[in-house]
Design a protein around this ligand. Structure first.
Ligand code: NDP
Length: 247
């Protein structure tokens, strides 16, 4: 038996898709036949990534800390590619510090990007999804949202918030054919984890049963599943992809 995931005719909007996990997600959905909006803070960078993908890909500026920029990017995407069927809220950032040293600005920026950004983008696409009685919202949270992490109270709060948000919209829109799920990556090889110093990195590897960091394509595979018809009965879930770290 062979199974092919075919997303031909679907439009995917993947925030933070100029590099790292988001780029792997966008490339995988595109490979499966979807049209894909590539998004980052700079229109030039996003357009260059989209051009490298070729047909069915377009690049747009979308700073997820700016609600107006998100609304404008969704409108531009829908004008160029069609209504969004698959929203992947992937863009995220860290501003790590111990609680007593954490500034309000760093708290606000992380919450604005990682949580409010997902809320605004979801609000932009959900009406169309309801009308078409089909949609997939896939939010990239983190194992840190499930476990907490010293020095990341702002990031962990944003990622835990994303899980509560996802479970709520899963309940609100299931009857309209819109499914919402989270993926919680463990440690994945990207620019975000490249800054880990040697010592903590080795300690981290010891805590991962599979003995290695994950690859962005391994998160993309989970997104592809949740975006496909194979996941038609899955909503409100958190799929942990972490090499066994928190199991
Ligand atoms: P990277 O830092 O490697 O890439 C971040 C992406 O987000 C880039 O495409 C960047 O584009 C974009 N971005 C950054 N700031 C903004 C912003 N304000 N508005 C819009 N886009 C922005 O991150 P990862 O690929 O590692 O992480 C992707 C997601 O996965 C994040 O939500 C992260 O929290 C989550 N995650 C990552 C883990 C890991 O180990 N890497 C583990 C668990 C979760 P540009 O610079 O072009 O604007």
């Amino acid at each position: 038996m062979s199974i092919t995931i075919d997303l031909t005719g679907r439009v995917a909007f993947v925030t933070g898709s100029t590099r790292g996990i988001g780029r792997a997600i966008a490339e995988t959905l595109h490979e499966a036949g979807a049209s894909v909006a590539i998004l980052g803070r700079s229109a030039e960078t996003a357009t260059a990534v989209a051009e490298a993908l070729g047909e069915r890909a377009r690049g747009f500026a979308c700073d997820v800390t700016d609600p107006e920029a998100i609304r404008a990017a969704v409108s531009a995407c829908e004008a160029a590619l069609g209504p969004v069927d698959i929203l992947v809220n992937n863009a995220g950032l860290t501003r790590d510090n111990l609680l007593l040293r954490l500034s309000e600005a760093d708290w606000d920026e992380v919450l604005a990007a990682n949580l409010r950004g997902a809320f605004i983008a979801t609000q932009c696409v959900i009406k169309g999804m309801m009308k078409r009685r089909h949609g997939r919202i896939i939010n990239i949270t983190s194992v840190v949202g499930l476990t907490g992490n010293a020095g990341q109270s702002n990031y962990a709060a944003s990622k835990a918030g994303l899980i509560g948000f996802t479970k709520s919209i899963a309940k609100e829109y299931a009857a309209r054919g819109v499914l919402a799920n989270c993926i919680a990556p463990g440690f994945i090889e990207t620019d975000m984890t490249a800054v880990l110093p040697e010592g903590p990195r080795l300690a981290l590897l010891e805590s991962i049963p599979l003995g290695r960091l994950g690859a962005p394509t391994e998160i993309a595979g989970a997104v592809l599943y949740l975006a496909s018809d194979l996941a038609g009965y899955v909503t409100g879930q958190v799929l942990v992809v972490d090499g066994g770290m928190i199991s």
